[in-house]
Design a protein around this ligand. Structure first.
Ligand SMILES: NC(=O)c1ccc[n+]([C@@H]2O[C@H](COP(=O)([O-])OP(=O)(O)OC[C@H]3O[C@@H](n4cnc5c(N)ncnc54)[C@H](OP(=O)(O)O)[C@@H]3O)[C@@H](O)[C@H]2O)c1
Length: 217
């Protein structure tokens, strides 16, 4: 498999899997329950089979973790535990964390501060032999999961390992309409994750599906 997605059955994981498979990649949608993973693949192929140039496979999270590059797409409060349970297969690999620690309060999303400042940093601390990157935080799952949505966005990528940054940027580049931007070390994940609260609040208040696009770079 080119890409494995841990927690790939949710809207975010599915949307990412669809975009990567449409770009010709072989993608493993991982789950704690292989039947749920197979169901997600069935739904995606049922709608988009004609535009999936690569492949989609429903697998257990353990199998997804064996892919060449792995994305962590569980809710933020399960991310460290889910990744820690896969420390063996994830050793030496690039693991891309896309989790945002957010809580809804009325018509607003608020950012929570996880231990070590970000979900990505907490995962890196738990898995010292894995090269953790952070990316994909600001992409609305609904647009990722609709190949007709005309998605155009910048994706901020950060990591402590330069190769992890480079591999993650290459992954982002595979998806039509996305521009990866090197945003620095994993320290930046705190601000990147927290800023998602602002993005989602804007979308709620303006009934929009906006994405992040930076001018002047
Ligand atoms: N939704 C968005 O628009 C969006 C955009 C960018 C980033 N994100 C981030 O991406 C992540 C996934 O978002 P989502 O909306 O797809 O989330 P979700 O639907 O709540 O969860 C994704 C999947 O994670 C698995 N899961 C749930 N709890 C778990 C736990 N405690 N331990 C291990 N696995 C667990 C479930 O899969 P199984 O039950 O099949 O194992 C679930 O389908 C979140 O951290 C979110 O902040 C979301």
């Amino acid at each position: 498999m080119d890409v494995g997605i841990i927690g790939g059955t949710g809207p975010a994981g599915r949307g990412l899997a669809l975009r990567l498979a449409a770009a010709g990649m072989s993608v493993a949608i991982g789950s704690r329950d292989t039947a749920r993973a197979a169901g997600a693949v069935g739904e995606l192929t049922g709608t988009w089979s004609a535009r999936i140039a690569g492949g989609l496979h429903g697998v257990a999270n353990e199998e997804a973790a064996a892919a060449r590059i792995v994305v962590l797409a569980t809710p933020w409060d399960g991310a460290v535990q889910a990744a820690s349970g896969l420390a063996g297969p994830l050793a030496g690999k690039v693991l891309v964390s896309m989790a945002n620690a957010l809580v809804r309060e009325g018509r607003e999303m608020l950012a929570l501060i996880p231990p070590r400042g970000s979900v990505a940093a907490a995962v890196q601390a738990a898995l010292p032999r894995t090269r953790v990157a952070a990316a994909f935080h600001h992409l609305p799952a609904r647009d990722m999961g609709d190949l007709d949505s005309g998605l155009i966005a910048d994706v901020l990528v950060c990591a402590d390992d330069p190769e992890a940054t480079a591999e993650t940027m290459s992954l982002v580049e595979r998806i039509e309409g996305l521009r990866p931007l090197d945003a620095g070390s994993l320290n930046q994940a705190a601000a990147i994750e927290a800023f998602t609260a602002v993005c989602v609040t804007l979308n709620m208040r303006h009934h929009a599906h906006s994405t992040l696009k930076l001018a002047g770079i």
